[in-house]
Design a protein around this ligand. Structure first.
Ligand code: ADP
Ligand SMILES: O=P(O)(O)OC[C@H]1O[C@H](O[C@H]2O[C@H](CO)[C@@H](O)[C@H](O)[C@H]2O)[C@H](O)[C@@H](O)[C@@H]1O
Length: 496
């Protein structure tokens, strides 16, 4: 992938997210080499930004280094720098050891630290300033996720002429959890700076509206258009659910290419031509339910319901947030458990669980998804989970089956999945057994339903639907007579 410096130009469409689509890694020459960033946010936004030809503002994954705006593989990116101290306090601290666990059902206890909060405010200010500089008059600025909850209000103060969208990729918790945060009022005010506050699911939007009501805002509950309206200081912020999606057509094309089909066959051969390939692919995160899943596999191998050689189980994990103690501990736990399962039930050349701790390329991942008969996606809590949708997109022939946690956002749409409670490892194990014994025609019907769903509601439909409502919200703002400093009404970016 090619990176070339580019002039900092103002743009009509600006995406602001903690991460850029690429991470810079130091090299001996001093110039970073770039690789794709981990996670579903980047998977979703990259095709949208490419089509809209906007600018992406975010952190380049390096510390204490100022990188000038550049164009990467045809995408214009404006890096925001973080110091090593901010990495620890804003990213690993407040974002990922306070907000992330709190918003994911406190699966691990969140840490409260005032110094982290101050750093979070400082870094959010920097992102808001970068967005204010990059946005052309009357531009649309789309701010993303829990690392930047304060940016919408900060940006509104700096640039009242721009249209501001905010989208939260993770769950929004019920008020009794959210209000444990000593800074919850600042956060609500920050989010309410947007013209439209978007969530993955209606229940997230509902939780948010209830909290805004406690904060003192008057609320118009969703009407026929499923959009709620929150009155804040003479203006109205709209709220609604917009479940994020994948570039399904692109994935289907990739999955049906000769190269990927061939690689999928070779993967099965490398696994020893088993009858059944079972796969999981996750970022290494405690929200993904990996130890619970391994416990179910342990039981299945122990009871002889899975047999190494006949059944090949593959677990691929992307390294994630590796300096945070809970993530390090989780990796240790997973690797001990994989070692235990293989030691107890594997044979020479036939491990029970094939374990890869690395990121793999887009084609290789598609080949794994194609090669898989049964996909296990069993997070304890997940805003959406794009892996589940990617699996469905890669099976246009309706082969394969998906076991999906009822606590993944994707469960609301993927009606063909076999739903499970990931905490109930006995039931998870018996569901694996049941699915493998289900008639092929039934599995195929389920897969077909899911494939059609992800093709119909793809990432471009997601962006169109969000940006369409955002522009209606903005038009409403003008009608209400709130000053827009003479800016023209923005239009949804071309093709988005
Ligand atoms: N080991 C891996 N190698 C390459 N891509 C991966 C790997 N694990 C996950 N991914 C990709 O990262 C994204 C994960 O998104 P998602 O399931 O929404 O969860 P999250 O954003 O929490 O990690 C998907 O696009 C998936 O294909
Ligand atoms: O940036 P990182 O700290 O390395 O983490 C990766 C991303 O993880 C989270 O992804 C979420 O977004 C997905 C797409 O909407 C969704 O499917 C998933 O359920 C979420 O967990 C996080 O929200 C992103 O900000 C991170 O970049």
């Amino acid at each position: 992938m090619q990176s070339v410096p580019c002039r900092p130009q103002r743009s009509d469409f600006v995406v602001v997210a903690n991460r850029l689509p690429v991470v810079g890694e130091p090299t001996e020459s001093g110039e970073p080499s770039w690789r794709r960033s981990p996670g579903g946010l980047v998977t979703a936004l990259e095709p949208v930004l490419r089509r809209a030809q906007g600018v992406w503002i975010g952190w380049a994954g390096e510390c204490d280094r100022r990188t000038a705006p550049f164009s990467h593989d045809g995408m214009r990116v404006h890096p925001v720098s973080l110091s090593a101290r901010e990495l620890a306090s804003y990213y690993e601290g407040f974002s990922n050891a306070t907000v992330w666990p709190l918003f994911h059902d406190t699966i691990v206890p969140p840490t409260l630290d005032r110094g982290w909060w101050q750093s979070y405010v400082q870094v959010n200010t920097r992102f808001a300033e970068a967005a204010a500089l990059a946005a052309a008059p009357g531009a649309t600025v789309w701010v993303h996720d829990y690392q930047l909850l304060l940016v919408p209000a900060m940006l509104r103060t700096l640039r009242p002429d721009v249209t501001i969208g905010f989208f939260l990729h993770i769950p929004f918790p019920p008020e009794e959890l959210f209000m444990q945060l000593p800074w919850w009022t600042e956060i609500i005010d920050g989010m309410l700076g947007a013209d439209l506050v978007g969530f993955q699911l209606p229940r997230d939007a509902e939780n948010f509206r209830r909290t805004a009501a406690i904060r003192g805002s008057a609320i118009d509950p969703p009407g026929a258009d499923a959009i709620g309206r929150i009155h804040v200081g003479g203006r109205v912020a709209w709220t609604g659910a917009f479940p994020v999606a994948v570039d399904a057509a692109g994935l289907t094309t990739l999955a049906t290419s000769a190269a990927v089909r061939g690689r999928a066959r070779r993967i099965r051969a490398e696994l020893g031509q088993p009858d059944t390939v079972i796969l999981s692919v996750d970022r290494l995160d405690y929200t993904k339910g990996i130890p619970e899943r391994l416990a179910a596999l342990d039981a299945l191998y122990k009871q002889g319901r899975l047999i190494p050689g006949r059944h090949a189980t593959v677990q691929i994990v992307t390294p994630s947030r590796e300096r945070i103690p809970q993530y390090r501990e989780l990796r240790r736990r997973i690797e001990i458990e994989v070692g235990h399962i293989n030691g107890a039930y594997g044979a020479l050349g036939r491990p029970a669980v094939h374990y890869l701790h690395r990121s793999v390329g887009r084609e290789e991942l598609a080949a794994f998804l194609v090669a898989t008969d049964l996909m296990l996606v069993t997070p304890l809590r997940d805003g959406m989970n794009l892996v589940a949708k990617e699996y469905a997109a890669c099976h246009p022939d309706a082969d394969g089956a998906l076991i999906l946690s009822e606590f993944a956002g994707a469960a609301a749409e993927l009606h063909g999945a076999y739903l499970v409670n990931p905490y109930d490892t006995d039931r998870l194990a018996s569901t694996v057994d049941a699915v493998l014994n289900d008639p092929v025609a039934q599995r195929s019907r389920r897969m077909d339903t899911m494939h059609r769903q992800v093709r119909r509601h793809d990432v471009h439909a997601w962006a169109r639907s969000y940006l369409g409502v955002l522009h209606r919200a903005r038009a409403g703002r003008t009608v209400l007579g709130v000053s827009t400093r003479g800016a023209a009404l923005p239009h949804a970016p071309a093709g988005a």
